[in-house]
Ligand binder design. Structure first.
Ligand code: TNX
Length: 550
């Protein structure tokens, strides 16, 4: 494996590329360092190959498969390169530096000359990141689903890159309104191109339940029939016409379909974080499972008969599990145990937001028991919205290692308390990262409680994860950022894409690029250059008047 020159060796007389020239390349997120050479581009031709050995092979194979359709070229994947090829190298000792920093798991170097292109990284994830950059440097036709006769060139560049944060997430709320497996896959494809690393799936809420849970592995004494969750609440969804949207879509993922999503994400180096929201936002569970209902549980009831009922309104805060009832903990442990098994990831998300009507004391009692039990049962880290950090009070030093507080609104005190005990924070400041907010008052779908007026991408771009939480957070306490999309008003794929893009790209750049490398005008230019890529790929997006879309 040839050692790549370090940045300092490569530029004996350092000659910084003018920012405008870098921006014109249309890279989002902005890489740590980009040098554009005044030289001939690299050309992908009918005889080009994508050489890769070892761990780099799946990355190369996936890229070759993607490029075969639009180019019409054969693009074989041999182990060793010939001049003119693209080579992808995964080498755990790769001897390069990113601006003088040690290489990280996700860093990569992309070197393009007329004689060939090379992506070098320490891991397959790093190589995959390099591939995303290369795809953005190719003509927009790269997203075409049929062959295009064009000049497949890539400008001569030397790029060294590494992310600021490991968690660069997006969330889909499939509970209020369901999204099909294929839509989730296309969401993953699109957001992976902006180097997203996590997909958070909000799988259950008051209005519906979207993941099949079987009775397999029930503990002794647990009489709950878990198949009722999808049988009954897979059929319900948001049912309020107060917004200018259709009724919500019902449906659910079988375990096989869910595994397919997890695998599809894994191939794109995206970790799935499954959420079932407890103890509030639980009406779909209370409606489906008689054993969860007691005098203290808080389900919706039919006003005439008092029978536990489905409630498809946008109301929040009314529902609650009974924290003094044994079957509640059967339910919680069984559901999260199966979710963790299905996902095989490092985190399960227990929600924990907005349990208003049960009151603070009951809430803390629930979380203090349920969260440590979920931790035991699943063996993975527990993630929860700001409120859940309040239960951290009763857990000792180091206990929260691997766990995550997910800030959306609320007091920074709890967040700082949680990270001081060994946990980390993911930051989703509602007013600057919620993708379900209207872009402006004329947006026909969307809410406006967290952001109203001008909620276009500059607002979602122009914030800093270390200072947005009241009282501030240290860099090392932050795992990353996330752009959640709630679906009270959002139906299907095109609407989801429209609300997500370009704002999700702004959040993902905030998670990837160093604070000092961020610049909203530069972002606008680069975004504009990517418009054609999105269009050719058939991806819907909001054509903000602020970006010079090409
Ligand atoms: C608040 S954010 C919620 C959700 C809603 C969302 C709508 C959070 C943790 N809870 O239940 O869907 O607002 O924007």
């Amino acid at each position: 494996v040839p050692l790549l020159p370090t940045a300092t060796e490569a530029t004996a007389t350092p000659q910084a590329t003018p920012a405008a020239e870098v921006d014109a390349l249309g890279l989002v997120p902005q890489p740590a360092s980009v040098e554009v050479a005044d030289a001939e581009p690299w050309r992908l031709t009918p005889t080009t190959r994508i050489a890769a050995a070892g761990e780099a092979r799946p990355v190369a194979q996936a890229l070759a498969e993607e490029l075969r359709t639009p180019t019409g070229f054969r693009l074989p994947v041999p182990a060793r390169p010939r001049p003119g090829d693209l080579q992808i190298v995964v080498d755990e000792d790769a001897a390069y530096t990113v601006e003088g920093e040690a290489p990280t798991e996700e860093s990569y170097v992309l070197d393009v000359t007329a004689d060939g292109a090379t992506i070098t990284a320490r891991t397959a994830h790093g190589a995959f990141n390099g591939v995303q950059t290369l795809r953005q440097l190719l003509p927009a036709w790269v997203g075409s689903d049929r062959p295009v006769a064009t000049s497949w060139t890539v400008p001569a560049v030397h790029i060294e890159d590494a992310p600021r944060f490991a968690y660069r997430g997006v969330m889909l709320d499939v509970a209020r309104s369901f999204q099909e497996v294929d839509t989730v896959k296309r969401y993953l494809d699109t957001l992976a191109s902006f180097k997203a690393s996590h997909l958070h799936l909000h799988l259950a809420d008051d209005q519906g339940w979207r993941i099949e849970i079987t009775n397999e592995g029930r503990v002794e004494g647990d009489t709950i029939d878990y198949t009722r969750l999808t049988e009954i609440s897979g059929d319900t969804a948001m049912n309020e016409r107060g917004y200018r949207s259709e009724l919500g879509r019902s449906g659910y993922y079988t375990q096989e379909e869910y595994r397919e999503i997890v695998e599809y994400a894994r191939e794109r180096h995206i970790t799935v974080v499954p959420e079932v929201d407890v103890p509030g936002h639980t009406n779909a569970a209370l409606h489906a499972i008689p054993q969860l209902n007691t005098e203290r549980s808080l389900p919706a009831r039919d006003p005439d008969t008092g029978v536990v009922d489905w409630n498809g309104t946008a109301a929040v805060g009314y529902s609650a599990l009974d924290e003094q009832h044994e079957p509640t903990y059967h339910f919680v442990n069984h559901v999260f145990g199966q979710l963790a098994d299905l996902t095989q990831g490092p985190l399960v998300h227990v929600g924990g937001d907005e349990s208003h009507d049960m009151g603070h004391e009951r809430y803390v009692d629930f979380v203090s028991r349920a969260v440590p039990e979920v931790r035991e049962t699943t063996g993975v880290g527990v993630m929860g919205w700001t409120e859940f950090a309040e239960a951290g009070l009763t857990q000792g030093e180091g206990y929260w290692e691997g766990s995550v507080v997910h800030y959306w609104v609320g007091s920074g005190d709890w967040v700082r308390d949680f990270v001081s005990k060994g946990g980390k924070a993911v930051v989703s400041d509602a007013g600057r990262s919620y993708l379900d907010m209207k872009y402006d008052p004329s947006t026909p779908i969307g809410l406006s409680w967290a952001c109203s007026g001008d909620c276009d991408y500059p607002r979602y771009y122009d914030w800093e994860p270390t200072t947005v939480v009241e009282g501030g957070l240290a860099e090392e306490d932050i795992l990353g950022v996330e752009a959640p999309m709630w679906s009270e008003t959002i139906r299907g794929e095109d609407q989801a894409m429209y609300m997500a893009l370009p704002r999700a790209a702004a959040i993902l750049e905030t998670g990837w690029s160093q604070a000092e490398d961020k610049d909203v005008d530069s972002f606008s230019t680069r975004l504009g250059a990517l418009g054609a890529h999105l269009t050719v790929a058939g991806t819907n997006y909001y054509e903000s008047r602020r970006a010079p879309w090409q």
